[in-house]
Design a protein around this ligand. Structure first.
Ligand SMILES: [Mn+2]
Length: 609
């Protein structure tokens, strides 16, 4: 390498580099005056501040000993981090966004906020203007205020584990302050921040300095991982150094309601194999409004056969169990939840390890929450939503970060989960995710299967029957399932993979060679024609066309609309009309027409391999 620099070209390159550095130095120099002019600071930080912050401040510390009147303003002991932190604090406006109110920026701040929002799906500009200690209001059910908990000194202690990767600095710091402000100081043993290899400079020395100088109770520890390990292994690293009785995992973008810790710790004191989830409220990523669905109702966790988590209403079955088994008013009783979302939960620390912590071979992000959910239930624990514990979470519209190697870690992790925990039901999973069936990255799951044996866990069939009987199984309690195929043609019913949030028209498409998810339907014992979440009905209309519409199913097929399937005809009970593709072609909407036994276009087969 060196000999090359002795050459003529080498010297030219070095000359250019030195010249460039000098030009940069000159450009940067005048801006440093901003630090010394409070009036300029009030007007807002120059947009270029972030990128050059460190360099400028390094230069300033060199100037420290220069006999310069301006520099005397700054105490000799102050570090560049200290400056930056003071600027942050000056930017905050006390009272802004208090009680979780929405804040709408104006002028230049709005422009900056909109710009950063487009980039990271979060209004960092606004976050920087909100106090770290802003309040979010008390959204608990009033019944919670009458609850008596044990003296905090006798409750199990909590280690709050928060992992982060390039989290906006102010959002992370607010999460820490919110935790300190809302979790009883005797119950909160420590907060462990795990830096999963962030490269955002602010999250380095500045965060260390902040914790050292602004949080004096010694409860906050920062664990730095050398490489990015992903959510699962980063959480494990945090859990390994935790010393509290209870692990509470939080995302790095949360603000909690008052009194959210005690109900969790009390419940774990009573039942150490209960894994607890607070009610997760929504903090808007743009205006930071804290919102709830009201204190009266909340949802619990479910899942879809493609391996995704979803929210479901608390079934009547569970409400009855609560009334039967819980001595408090039902509304604030622990509610069994078939799964959990995974970001926020509390668990006895020793039980966390006994029951298999996480599958360490899961990479990146995703899938670990269903794995833990099925494992907890099948191996003797419970997952419960605790209504008196509420935590706000910032939900973003898109994920601002890339995952290492751009892999579908959610899918791969979910396939690992399915191989260990779902038994024969894995066929339904792979029917929904054929892309994962032979995915080379799934790896070996032997050690997790051995864990399942060692813990003598129950099977997935038991889980479905006892913990989540509302879950629709496409091939259980059905008369027929598979493709709904025209007998005399190659047209199949097709839902085009539309979700069930609003009604949609059912389509007619060429049948796939193999059964695919969009053409998977069931005709149930209760004579309902449906897919996983939507049920077929007929649009009200006095004149043709009478379209077949898919609407969200009720929890129980007793309440969904019925069809008859006889002589190869699918007859809609309410209208008495038959599914018919007369005069239709591929990509048209599915329709019904008056039944006729001689019609060739009203004959359908429901079949699978
Ligand atoms: Mn999150």
């Amino acid at each position: 390498m060196l000999p090359r620099f002795r050459s003529f070209y080498g010297k030219v390159i070095i000359f250019i580099l030195v010249a460039l550095c000098f030009v940069l130095y000159l450009k940067v120099q005048p801006a440093t005056e901003d630090y010394l002019l409070p009036s300029k600071l009030q007007a807002g930080r120059p947009p270029a501040y972030r990128t050059h912050e460190r360099e400028r401040e390094r230069e300033r510390s060199h100037d420290k000993y220069v006999d310069d009147a301006e520099n005397e303003i700054r105490a000799a002991t102050q570090s560049p981090y200290e400056y930056s932190i003071q600027l942050d604090l000056q930017k905050q406006q006390s009272g802004l966004g208090d009680d979780g109110a929405a804040v709408h920026l104006a002028g230049a701040a709005k422009t900056r906020g909109d710009k950063i929002y487009k980039k990271i799906a979060l209004n960092e500009e606004l976050s920087e203007q909100l106090s770290y200690n802003r309040t979010v209001g008390d959204h608990r059910n009033p019944l919670c205020l009458q609850q008596q908990y044990d003296d905090p000194s006798t409750l199990p202690t909590a280690s709050v584990v928060i992992i982060f990767y390039n989290e906006p600095y102010s959002v992370l710091v607010r999460t820490v302050h919110s935790t300190l402000n809302t979790c009883h100081h005797q119950a909160l043993k420590e907060i462990i921040l795990v830096d999963d290899g962030s490269d955002n400079a602010e999250l380095g020395g500045k965060l260390d300095h902040y914790v050292r100088t602004r949080i004096h109770n010694g409860k906050v520890t920062i664990l730095r991982l050398k490489n990015r390990l992903g959510l699962i292994r980063a959480r494990l690293a945090g859990a390994r150094i935790a010393t509290g009785d209870v692990l509470i995992f939080l995302d790095a973008h949360c603000e909690a309601n008052v009194g959210w810790c005690e109900p969790l710790l009390q419940r774990i004191k009573e039942s150490r194999t209960s894994v607890l989830v607070p009610i997760i409220d929504v903090i808007d990523a743009n205006d930071f409004q804290y919102s709830t669905n009201g204190y009266k109702s909340f949802q619990v966790g479910g899942f879809q056969w493609n391996g995704h988590f979803d929210w479901v209403n608390l079934p009547d079955r569970e409400k009855k169990r609560q009334s039967r088994e819980c001595k408090h008013p039902r509304e604030i009783c622990p509610a069994y939840s078939p799964t959990m979302a995974g970001g926020l939960f509390a668990m006895d620390r020793r039980y966390f390890w006994e029951v298999g912590s996480y599958d360490e071979q899961m990479d990146g992000w995703g899938g670990e929450n269903l794995e833990m959910s099925f494992r907890i239930w099948q191996c003797g624990g419970t997952i419960e939503t605790i209504p008196c514990s509420r935590v706000g979470h910032i939900f973003r519209d898109f994920h601002p970060y890339k995952f290492p190697n751009d892999r579908d870690t959610h899918g791969i992790n979910t396939a690992r989960m399915a191989l260990v925990w779902m038994d024969e039901y894995i066929n339904i999973f792979f029917l929904n995710r054929p892309d994962l069936k032979f995915h080379p990255d799934i790896g070996d799951v032997t050690h997790r299967v051995m864990l399942r044996k060692k813990l003598r866990c129950k099977n997935f069939d038991w889980y479905l029957k006892n913990i989540y009987p509302e879950k629709f199984v496409p091939n259980k309690n059905v008369n027929a399932w598979g493709k709904v195929k025209s007998v005399n043609g190659n047209l199949c019913l097709d839902d085009l993979l539309q979700n069930n949030e609003k009604p949609f028209n059912l389509g007619l498409y060429p049948c796939g060679k193999v059964l695919q998810k969009s053409q998977l339907f069931s005709f149930t014992d209760k004579r309902v024609l449906r897919n996983e979440l939507s049920c077929a009905t007929v649009q009200h209309s006095t004149t043709p066309p009478h379209r077949v519409v898919m609407v969200p199913c009720m929890d129980n097929d007793d309440y969904n609309e019925q069809w008859k399937y006889q002589n190869h005809q699918l007859i809609h009970s309410n209208t008495g009309m038959c599914l018919d593709y007369s005069g239709q072609k591929s990509m048209d909407d599915a329709q019904v027409a008056p039944c006729s036994l001689s019609s060739e276009t009203q004959r359908w087969a429901i079949e699978h391999d």
